[in-house]
Design a protein around this ligand. Sequence first.
Ligand SMILES: NC(=O)C1=CN([C@@H]2O[C@H](COP(=O)(O)OP(=O)(O)OC[C@H]3O[C@@H](n4cnc5c(N)ncnc54)[C@H](O)[C@@H]3O)[C@@H](O)[C@H]2O)C=CC1
Ligand SMILES: O=C(O)[C@H]1O[C@H](OP(=O)(O)OP(=O)(O)OC[C@H]2O[C@@H](n3ccc(=O)[nH]c3=O)[C@H](O)[C@@H]2O)[C@H](O)[C@@H](O)[C@@H]1O
Length: 503
Amino acid sequence: MQRQPVVTATFDSNGDDESVFPKVRNICCIGAGYVGGPTCAVLAWKCPDIKVTICDLSQPRIDAWNSDTLPIFEPGLSEIVFEARGRNLFFTTDVDNAIAEADLIFVSVNTPTKTSGVGAGVAADLCYVEAATRRIAALSRKGAIIVEKSTVPCRTAESMRQILSATSPQEGAVFEILSNPEFLAEGTAVEDLLDPARILIGALDTPRGQLAQRRLVEVYANWVAPKNILTTSLWSSELSKLAANALLAQRVSSINAIAAICEATGSNVFEVSNACGLDPRIGSQFLKAGLGFGGSCFQKDIFNLIYLSTSLNLPEVAEYWAQVLKMNEWTKSRFTRGVVKKMFSTITRKTIVCAGYAFKKDTGDIREAPAINVARDLMEDGACLRIYDPKVTAESIHESLKGFTYIDWATASAAGPWDLPQAGTYTICPSLDAALVNASALLFVTDWSEFKGLDLEWWTATHAKMTKPAMVFDGRDILNTAECAHLRKIGFGVEKTGVGHAI
Ligand SMILES: NC(=O)C1=CN([C@@H]2O[C@H](COP(=O)(O)OP(=O)(O)OC[C@H]3O[C@@H](n4cnc5c(N)ncnc54)[C@H](O)[C@@H]3O)[C@@H](O)[C@H]2O)C=CC1
Ligand SMILES: O=C(O)[C@H]1O[C@H](OP(=O)(O)OP(=O)(O)OC[C@H]2O[C@@H](n3ccc(=O)[nH]c3=O)[C@H](O)[C@@H]2O)[C@H](O)[C@@H](O)[C@@H]1O
């Protein structure tokens, strides 16, 4: 029998019978990534009466979630997963069954920037959101509350609604779409989820939309204070997520622009940002100058905003946001240019240590990490790079440096200074101490806590084993003013991003 689409019944806004969406008991999360995994693990931990099934198409990812070594590193996450897993938290590749059973479905799939076709390089690729929506339409037996967790362009819920209306074969299935963007930051995901600054839930202003919104509010109310749960319209909620990331990224680009002025004028960007941040109208957060922002979202979400502005015929708005990205790219390359310049304008065959590779501390994620640009630029200039990061896997470093020659640690560590057969190579090192033997320069590229507060003895021993003149380039505010002075006394050349030499 041919399946008949149920067109109007699925979004009938007059049906405000509470039983349409009973209290949430069974949640499915599509996408077991950096957002879906931690978000729904915390939800399950906080709501033992709700069954939470996190599903993904990737078998290795689900296997890792079901193992002792989770696929992502987040402080505090494993304890939560180990406690809830098997009780009311489940990880599976059986996406279809999880959808069929659920009364609320989070869509937490990836929304990367398109790499080809219309909008290539700027527009969000919604193919994963659409595929998930079509799966829900096909399999949800009675309908469900569908929650956009992924970051999506404004009005994506409308496209999802049309797909559900046109393709759901289940007679009488009732769907409602909410927007509930995620604001967690990697490295502090568990903290952010347990004590969120706000939970944002957007819904249509219809009785059914409001009912669905109430159901999701009830879930969060298990651990989030009511004053921190914000309800808005669907479109405001979708746009708020893009706006929040754009505003945060803009602050980072703004302070990096000031950092360049500081270096040229002999001032100190950390003193400047402290002075500015004490004004409560400005605030102190997100004013740390450095190597530029990385991570999977800031760039992608600003591109998204640029594409939206352009398609709304607002070229000046698009240009404004494009400048934030331009400044970020310039910041990353400025750092590398500074390194080359200070090392007598040549780094060919010089051993340079890249301390950190993740886009920020407390994560193993390297998506859009400034370290990748730095590593590639330095190798193109002939450096023999030694990379050390406490959490990033060798596999992902290799993936990000395809096309460059890898030299294993045994070979690299046996070679003396300038002894490597080839310029422009990289090695992954077992520790920072080991990496520094015979190195010409140490670059702080990620703000790992273990790089901070290294004592005078350590620095003296390090200077002794490095090739002279030994240089330290601090791109992540690792060294304070007193430490910089101590290091110079020992004999290091020290350059800190955003800090000009006193005149
Ligand atoms: N990474 C972060 O810190 C944050 C990300 N976001 C947003 O959340 C969304 C997800 O981001 P991440 O978790 O970082 O991505 P991710 O790439 O780590 O995870 C997405 C997962 O979805 C799975 N998937 C894709 N299509 C599927 C389908 N049809 N059925 C089942 N599984 C499917 C993929 O296999 C992948 O494992 C994005 O829109 C992102 O912008 C929002 C806030 C923070
Ligand atoms: O949508 C997302 O993916 C998330 O993006 C960011 O979170 P995240 O990218 O994980 O990490 P951030 O702490 O925001 O740092 C982003 C980048 O900016 C850099 N940064 C941050 C702050 C600062 O002052 N200076 C600075 O250079 C960091 O080193 C890092 O490379 C936002 O902070 C989250 O609210 C949002 O949910």
